[in-house]
Design a protein around this ligand. Structure first.
Ligand SMILES: Nc1ncnc2c1ncn2[C@@H]1O[C@H](COP(=O)(O)OP(=O)(O)OP(=O)(O)O)[C@@H](O)[C@H]1O
Ligand SMILES: [Mg+2]
Length: 442
């Protein structure tokens, strides 16, 4: 794009620049051979040849310029500023070049200068060398082709500069824009494996559960997440799995719900805990009443059996966040919370924790450190590499075990290219195929 702009700009400049014409005349220096005072022979080095540089400078002088301007009937500056004299070593010819806005004017200035130069040399002998003269050799003739502008050259130059500017701008943008744009980048920045690439699906806002449409690519991503999670923990399967992300709105709650559903569908005993006490959303996504839950339980007001509810045909168990409390961090960091999680770990195959974002508060880090493993979610072209690094640091500080990452809201086009599936350990399976896999793992 910048190349096209550059070409257009170069061409535009060429069109706007007024034309400049060049005419070339020349003078030849004659005479001035030096006689050896002893032998009376003419020396090989002629005085005229030695005077070429001096006379060339004279051609560009104001004095000669004034005389030439009078002859060509133009202002003196038009001559002095636009005339140059050139010569070759050992040749007694001086070339006079004149630039002017019209072809005729450039020729008449060049001719006037050659004439004025001849007269000046004749009238003002240098060091008494009256025998050297400067005779016009070639008359300048008008050339109809201007030397400037050169539209083709300017357009090429513009294009080249445009391309370079484009490359420079792209580099600068890449350095400033550190938003995660593919799974390879996420893997590199987090230093952890990729467990899923979850496509963007515009129906998620109205229909956030994979049970409603299990075979669309978005829903299949959760089956893939579950499968990859189980492969990671072949030796010691993480029983408490926390889902978190660096910032808000990156899809933690929807991922937690659908991962829990995917695990329950595979026949596991699963407890999903809405552990985000500040922005609880799982109750809403699952369509259940969340007024009694974790906070009531930790406050000692209810027993786990009263607070934990069964959800759906798959037998998923769900604990909502409960009443909102003024001190969520304190509650989550409490001994009681730790004991409760330990108890649940014994009772269920997997406990999925829907955590808050890692960066703004300490809540997420506290619980992440108590989980067996953490899934760090990033949102495509939204989460910054810097945020991922900070999130990984926060997890490291609490000795949390980062199991891997998932990239959410990946454009379906990027997914369709097969890019999103490059990390697969295996192909996505339909639930009925998964039964066999789980039996073999158990
Ligand atoms: N794959 C997806 N495709 C389209 N929209 C999505 C996808 N995943 C999540 N969303 C949308 O993103 C929004 C936030 O989702 P979710 O509540 O799961 O995020 P969160 O990280 O838990 O947010 P919070 O930080 O508030 O807890 C929801 O409106 C949801 O519809
Ligand atoms: Mg949430």
């Amino acid at each position: 794009m910048s190349t096209i702009v550059g070409v257009a700009a170069g061409f535009g400049v060429a069109v706007l620049i007024p034309p400049t014409y060049e005419a070339t005349g020349s003078v030849v220096l004659n005479g001035g051979a030096v006689r050896d005072p002893v032998t009376g022979q003419f020396l090989e080095t002629s005085l005229a040849r030695n005077l070429v540089p001096t006379i060339a400078r004279l051609a560009e002088s104001r004095e000669v310029g004034q005389a030439a301007a009078a002859e060509a009937r133009v202002p003196t500056d038009m001559v002095v500023d636009h005339v140059s004299a050139e010569f070759e070593q050992g040749v007694q010819i001086i070339t006079i070049k004149a630039h002017a806005p019209t072809a005729a004017l450039s020729a008449s200035i060049a001719n006037a200068v050659t004439h004025a130069l001849g007269q000046h040399v004749e009238e003002h002998p240098i060091d008494g060398t009256g025998s050297v003269d400067a005779q016009p050799l070639d008359q300048a003739t008008p050339s109809m082709r201007p030397i400037l502008p050169k539209p083709f050259l300017d357009a090429c130059l513009g294009g080249l500069l445009g391309s370079l500017a484009g490359i420079g701008m792209a580099r600068a943008r890449d350095q400033l824009d550190d938003k995660i744009s593919d799974i390879d980048e996420l893997r590199g920045v987090a230093g952890a494996p990729i467990l899923a690439s979850i496509p963007f699906d515009r129906r998620v806002a109205k229909s956030p559960l994979s049970t409603d449409r299990p075979y669309v690519p978005w829903a299949e991503a959760f089956a893939q997440l579950r499968t990859n999670l189980e492969f990671l923990g072949v030796d010691s399967r993480p029983r408490i799995v926390a889902v978190t992300s660096a910032a808000a709105g990156e899809g933690k709650s929807i991922t937690s719900c659908n991962l829990a559903i995917a695990l329950a569908r595979a026949g596991r005993r699963v407890l999903l805990i809405e552990a985000d006490l500040r922005r609880p959303a799982c109750s809403r996504y699952l369509g259940v009443d969340g007024t009694v839950g974790l906070t009531n339980l930790l406050a000692g007001n209810v027993e786990p059996e009263e607070a934990i509810q069964r959800w759906g045909e798959e037998g998923l168990m769900f604990l909502s966040s409960g009443w909102s409390v003024p001190n969520p961090s304190e509650l989550l960091a409490s001994r009681k919370c730790q004991d409760f999680l330990r108890e649940m770990r014994e009772q269920y195959d997997t406990v999925v924790l829907d955590l808050p974002s890692l960066l703004p508060t300490a809540d997420a880090a506290v619980l992440a450190g108590r989980a067996d493993g953490v899934i760090l979610l990033a949102r495509h072209r939204h989460t910054r590499a810097k945020q991922i690094r900070r999130a990984v640091d926060a997890l490291t500080k609490v000795n949390a075990h980062l199991l891997g990452c998932a990239l959410n809201m990946v454009p379906p086009r990027q997914e369709a290219k097969g890019y999103g599936y490059g990390y697969r350990f295996d192909q996505v399976r339909r639930p009925e195929h998964d039964e066999g896999l789980h039996r073999s793992l158990n």
